[in-house]
Design a protein. Structure first.
Length: 608
């Protein structure tokens, strides 16, 4: 569902709403279509209304109290669920974005005022915005660190409220984003584990108890096992079950995560099924498909064949109306090795050396480069990191290595000079605007950036899932309640080379089976991707000459050569971002823009 509103410059004017949208009878709001966020819940007071967008554990009394006193920053993570808040008063509208952008909120300047929506593409239709060429350039060249564009979207003139920020819309202007939360640690590992246990349990219970027929991924890994077993524990007293599905290749039911599935599924309230995948469900299958248009590329686009296959299975077998995943768990619970720099800054060099030796053994590399990179990162400001990224993109500086605030790599050979210059200029601009104040916990700051990427792109996945199958996706690890709990813990206390996700095992001591809690690694699917790329290489090569080439962002022949090398197992393996962008651009171009029309303005409370 698309949800939005408008702040008019003049009272009693007409305001734009999408054609076929359902207008709110009391507030300047509209909703359009069906989707992951099925309704707007609102609390009212004499001169304020507060709307909850998304899934939220707040009840009617909570919303009424919220409207009476006004929104406070902590309200963004006070309740379980993935939700953003909209506060409407006589003077304007305030947009509050959740900590992981799991329910993204956008705004734009229109002819007669300011419009906001949960759909950037809808707002682009309002103002006739085309794709902002800089946005795909940055997304392609720095897919793992796009902090230079925190407020930018794929569409020119359409802005995003950054995660954990507020933007105030008046009749004539929008404020600069105001930060409401930071990833600075506030407690120790013991209290953080307790907070995580409470938060994750509440987030999972909210979905399990509000969905009529919940289902879940169950890979045998930490995150999906925790989510599924928490849901089962919530449903068991009601005599209900959660449908759980494990994906596996038809010729491989053992090895990696599947070996742990029997223990994970051993619960009376788990109705477990194995779902075999064959060559019809490989990554890169059916790249010619015109998928439903989303605000940005959905991670599931390149694997839409098995993504839709799984969701249709849980829909048809279990009647699923809500599917839970463990997405975001790795990002939250496994801080980047940048935490070694935090250890050095905290004057704990011996611990940093011990951990570097451990990680070097795990990763089969040398410890000295890790420590050198950690020492450099410990003395690098965000401004300097952004400037260095710009230099790497233009080829005037080498990459900083994997252990860095912004671990950018030199551009791939298929990136044009035009794409590199666009991205580099954007990072230079961001460096000019960046604060020079020190970051307290570097790894936590990066984790927050990364979980914002996970949450926002998971929202695109949720829209894709609902459009293809009618099933709603839920990702409890991207709930603000959970994010705030995990990142309250210093990053060095959330990881160790000899313990996998120690915070989660401490948080849920009686939930994870012993065999799973004792794991120190996770399974991978790299071989499946290579196999899929080899099978569908001809379609990948054809996709190379498309919209990105027309925008002068990719060199077609160089991209095709990179695809051939990756299929042969000798490439950099950085194709997914550019291929997903190409599929997204095609879907956007092939789908008509959202049409708008005018309706009489609704002044808050006039219809009450």
């Amino acid at each position: 569902m698309m949800i939005g509103g408008f702040v008019s410059r003049t009272s009693r004017a007409t305001t734009p709403v999408p054609v076929s949208a359902l207008a709110h009878d009391r507030l300047p709001l509209w909703s359009l279509g069906d989707g992951p966020w099925s309704r707007i819940r609102t609390g009212y007071s004499t001169h304020r209304a507060v709307c909850v967008l998304g899934t939220c554990g707040a009840d009617y009394n909570d919303l009424t109290a919220l409207a009476a006193r006004g929104v406070r920053p902590a309200d963004l993570w006070r309740w379980p669920g993935a939700y953003s808040l909209i506060e409407i008063t006589d003077s304007g509208t305030a947009l509050y974005a959740d900590l992981a952008s799991a329910v993204p909120v956008y705004w734009t300047q229109a002819a007669s005022g300011l419009a906001w929506s949960t759909s950037a593409r809808a707002l682009a239709g309002l103002v006739g915005a085309d794709v902002d060429t800089t946005w795909p350039a940055v997304r392609m060249l720095t897919p793992s660190c796009v902090t230079a564009i925190p407020t930018r979207t794929a569409f020119s003139g359409v802005h995003r409220v950054p995660a954990g920020h507020r933007v105030d819309l008046s009749a004539t202007r929008a404020s600069e984003p105001v930060p409401l939360w930071s990833a600075e640690p506030t407690t120790g590992p013991t209290e953080a584990a307790v907070r995580l246990g409470v938060a994750l349990t509440a987030s999972v219970e909210l979905r399990a108890l509000t969905c009529e027929r919940p289902t879940a991924d169950l890979s045998g890994g930490f995150d999906s096992t925790a989510v599924t077993r928490l849901a089962a524990a919530a449903l068991a007293p009601q005599g209900r079950t959660i449908g759980a599905v494990t994906l596996h290749h038809e010729h491989a039911t053992t090895g990696g995560d599947p070996e742990y599935v029997p223990a994970a599924a051993a619960h009376s309230a788990i109705d477990h099924r194995m779902l075999a995948l064959d060559d019809r469900h490989q990554p890169y299958t059916d790249l010619d498909a015109i998928l439903p248009a989303t605000d940005e590329p959905a991670p599931a686009m390149l694997g839409h064949a098995f993504f839709a296959h799984q969701l249709r299975f849980v829909r048809d077998v279990f009647g699923s109306d809500g599917h839970l995943t463990g997405d975001g768990g790795d990002t939250l619970l496994c801080p980047p090795l940048l935490y070694l720099a935090d250890l050095l800054r905290a004057r704990r060099p011996q611990t940093a050396i011990t951990h570097a030796l451990g990680w070097a053994q795990v990763r089969r590399t040398r410890p000295l480069p890790l420590l050198r990179q950690a020492r450099t990162a410990a003395h690098t400001s965000r401004s300097a990191a952004l400037r260095r990224t710009a230099q790497v993109l233009t080829g005037t500086a080498p990459g900083p290595g994997g252990l860095a605030l912004l671990p950018v790599e030199p551009p791939a050979t298929w990136a044009t000079d035009h794409a590199r210059r666009l991205a580099a200029y954007t990072y230079d601009q961001a460096a000019d605007l960046a604060e020079h104040t020190a970051i307290g916990d570097l790894a936590n700051a990066v984790s927050w950036d990364q979980i914002g990427e996970i949450g926002r792109t998971a929202a695109a996945d949720a829209h894709l899932a609902h459009a293809l199958t009618g099933v709603s996706l839920h990702n409890p690890f991207t709930d603000s309640h959970v994010v705030a709990a995990v990142l309250s813990c210093p990053s060095p206390s959330r990881t160790s080379p000899d313990a996998y996700k120690p915070l989660l095992t401490r948080a849920l001591p009686h939930v994870l089976p012993a065999s799973i809690a004792a794991r120190v690694t996770k399974g991978t699917s790299t071989s499946d991707h290579i196999r899929g790329l080899r099978t569908h290489l001809d379609r990948v090569l054809a996709l190379a000459d498309g919209h990105l080439a027309a925008l002068q962002l990719v060199d077609v022949e160089a991209l095709r050569m990179a695809a051939r090398h990756t299929a042969a197992g000798i490439g950099r393996g950085d194709l997914d971002a550019v291929l997903a962008l190409e599929m997204w651009l095609r879907a956007h171009r092939e789908t008509p823009a959202v049409a708008w029309h005018q309706r009489p303005d609704i002044h808050p409370w006039e219809a009450a």
